[in-house]
Design a protein around this ligand. Sequence first.
Ligand code: SF4
Length: 201
Amino acid sequence: MQDTLEQIHAEIRACTGCRLHFGRRQAVPGDGPPNAKIMFIGEGPGFHEDQQGLPFVGAAGHFLDELLAMIRMKRADVYITNVIKCRPPANRDPQPEEIEACRSYLDRQISVIRPHMIITLGRYSMARPFPNARISQVHGHARKVDGILYFPMYHPAAALHQPSLRPEVEQDMRKIPDLLAQMDSMPDSRLQEDARQLTLF
Ligand code: SF4
């Protein structure tokens, strides 16, 4: 049967797939239209997200709203979710086994929404398209994989804690409209890799 976003969200709200369900007030599946062209993936819910059941509603979320406004976009235009859907105790970093336990939800959200562009916020969501990369080196550089343009950015909370990062975050955000417009003409990393493998035979 075809997955729907509502069905995935309902499964996440009832999920007991890792220990994080013990401490949550509520799970935070994601928010936005099912046909969004742009998907943002952060790390995990914080205090306010856990209270409200919505992603990016705290200080970092307000900054994300400001960043979206810079490119004439608003929340209702994009889908926002996180790598893990339940708040870790004291907002600690997600653990590898928690990310793994939650991975299939994110995979299903991506395959249902089929966004043109995925913007990863912070190092945990960046690891999907850029394994073993350092965010200080790859942020602001797009990579097309299987028809989706991945674009890593610093997490907005990082720029709030470290104001010197703010100009870089704003600069990266301003690249998004042009990247979306040009993505059809950009090479696909997966196709390039397949072609490289074929030449080895
Ligand atoms: S973090 Fe993900 S896998 Fe863990 S309980 Fe929440 S929804 Fe389930």
